[in-house]
Design a protein around this ligand. Sequence first.
Ligand SMILES: C[S@@+](CC[C@H](N)C(=O)[O-])C[C@H]1O[C@@H](n2cnc3c(N)ncnc32)[C@H](O)[C@@H]1O
Length: 208
Amino acid sequence: MENQDFSGHAAGWDTPPRVRLAQDVAHAIRRAVPLHREMDVLDFGCGTGLLALALLPHVRSVTGVDAAQGMLEVFRDKIRRRALDAATAVYRDFGKGTTLPSPFHLLVASMALHHVEDVDAALATFRAALLPGGWCAVADLEPEGGLFHAGSNPGAFHDGFDREGLGRRFAAAGFAGIAHAPAAEVEKPLPDGSLKRFPVFLLTARRP
Ligand SMILES: C[S@@+](CC[C@H](N)C(=O)[O-])C[C@H]1O[C@@H](n2cnc3c(N)ncnc32)[C@H](O)[C@@H]1O
């Protein structure tokens, strides 16, 4: 099945709730992973670069990969305007069998894994993109029963993730030191107009 092309959402992507979510996820990553200025970071499903740019002051470089050219263009525009030599945005569509750039000290993915149909294949690819001892930090929705994407985003393949179950999949993909914690909450209107808060977790793991 095809993943949804987010390009049509790119121009209006950076809403206050999404900016706040990226900042909260960046804080959660900083609590869980000892970031330093010799770290090269890959942001899978980087979108407009909200998380990558929140992490950039704490690491050496960030590389964003995304399947939506429109999202990448917004990210590249930020990179150009701010003259950021240490940030790059490159096209990769995981579902089309492409490999990720490598090697990295840390791979992050925020709100992207639920858009990937074959999670186990993605985790194996994440591991392969990391240096030995490298970290993986995935932020995503707690199980949400399909409410988060109700009436929108048909490209979501998973209604959030059970953290323990996802942790077992990380272990099966060859990761160690698996831990998870609440990271953020994101508010979204439901089709009936009411606002709902959806909890987001951060799962961290290391390539041995
Ligand atoms: C919900 S958005 C999150 C964007 C960003 N991480 C953020 O938090 O603002 C999901 C992103 O994952 C990207 N994506 C979805 N499926 C993908 C795939 N198979 N390969 C690469 N990127 C993908 C989408 O294009 C989109 O930019």
